[in-house]
Design a protein around this ligand. Structure first.
Ligand SMILES: Cc1ncc(COP(=O)(O)O)c(C=O)c1O
Length: 354
């Protein structure tokens, strides 16, 4: 959808909750037990009042290693991306200029939809065959109309990293009215973040989520991190009480249990090694991933594998329609026991045995 129309809608994956969900990159184990305790101890008055944000914002700022004025909480990073689009991609009243968003493909689809909703135009950049970040092509796509460059590091759906030097070069190249949005939804798994560089790059906003490593996807909590002045236009587009009280207390509890996230990150690493070994056994191409999922090419068997796995209660995501991803599945690599089950089912389906 590059035609600036908002008629096409984001196609949400089907609501499948009765099997092993390896199709939405969630934490397959769920949240820390401390989150459940915090939710269970919510009082009636807390639910009756509008939620306070100072303490949870301070806890987040501490986690990111920044001051509180550089963090804005959002109701899931999805809301943060929409706020960035509304802030930076809305055509100015009376101007004929259509703001452009550069989207290196394959990309998180929400970038396209939010750009169109805001009234901007998507400028897609096609991928290298090996999904290595197409820095030269992205730089060449910058025009005086560029207002946002959407990057995801590590990328979804490939798990491939974006080199920091590429982010720096793009941030130096864009027009002064533009920002570079670095979506770090999977940063905990990669073990690195652009956040420490933000003071040198005030035109970069980093997006973070607590849906993945922290296992809070059902509660909806994320954050935008950046220079206060750069965040301000996005802040104006975020509802004043965007996070509800359940998300607030859950997030504080989750941030207070770093050991839970560390153990999950360890499980993900082990899971990826298991899945790579299975792909090698099965002769399948995959891309080593810095995230909590792996993109695997199964070729023209992709529908059969998705359907076969689904019939066995394992949900996988067909990414074939994304640029460069023909015949590819995206498989979440979470808790090791879950990954073993997923691999067993994929092998069973691919080998046609029962
Ligand atoms: C790259 C990327 N950004 C943002 C999100 C959305 O995060 P949230 O659950 O916080 O809205 C996802 C979720 O899959 C994602 O893959």
């Amino acid at each position: 959808m590059n035609d600036n129309s908002v008629k096409a809608q984001y196609e949400k994956p089907a609501e499948l909750y009765d099997g092993l969900r390896l199709h939405q990159n969630e934490n397959t184990r769920g949240c820390s037990p401390r989150v459940l305790e915090a939710l269970a101890s919510l009082r009636a008055d807390q639910i009756g009042f509008y939620p306070p944000y100072a303490a949870v914002t301070a806890a987040c700022a501490g986690y990111f290693g920044v001051t509180t004025d550089r963090v804005t909480l959002v109701n899931g990073l999805d809301e943060g991306i929409m706020a960035v689009a509304v802030a930076y991609l809305r055509p100015e009243a009376g101007s004929h200029l259509v703001p452009e968003a550069i989207v290196p493909e394959p990309a998180f689809e929400i970038f396209r939809f939010d750009t169109a909703v805001a009234g901007g135009r998507v400028v897609p950049v096609m991928p290298n065959p090996d999904f290595r970040f197409a820095e030269e092509e992205v730089l060449a796509a910058v025009t005086p109309r560029t207002r946002v460059v959407f990057l995801t590091n590590p990328n979804n759906p490939t798990g491939v990293p974006v080199p920091f030097e590429a982010i720096r070069n793009i941030a130096r190249r864009v027009p002064k009215e533009a920002i570079v949005f670095v979506d770090e939804a999977y940063a905990e798994f990669a073990g690195r973040s652009f956040i420490p560089e933000l003071p040198q790059f005030p035109n970069v906003i980093v997006g973070r989520t607590f849906s993945k490593a922290f296992g809070l996807a059902g509660l909806r909590a994320g954050a935008l991190v950046g220079a206060s002045d750069t965040l301000d236009p996005a802040r104006y587009a975020i509802p004043v009480y965007s996070l509800n009280i359940a998300a607030v207390v859950a997030l504080q509890a989750a941030l207070g249990d770093p050991g839970y996230v560390a153990e999950y990150v360890r499980q993900v690493k082990e899971s990826k090694a298991l899945l790579y070994a299975a792909c090698d056994r099965l002769g399948l191409t995959y891309w080593p991933s810095d995230a909590n999922f792996v993109l695997v090419r199964v070729g023209n068997r992709v529908d059969a594998v998705v359907d076969g796995a689904r019939a066995r209660g394992v949900y996988l995501r067909n990414r074939s329609s994304e640029p460069g991803c023909e015949g590819c599945l995206r498989i979440a690599t979470g808790y090791v026991d879950h990954t073993r089950r997923g691999i067993a089912v994929i092998e069973e389906v691919l080998c046609g045995a029962r």
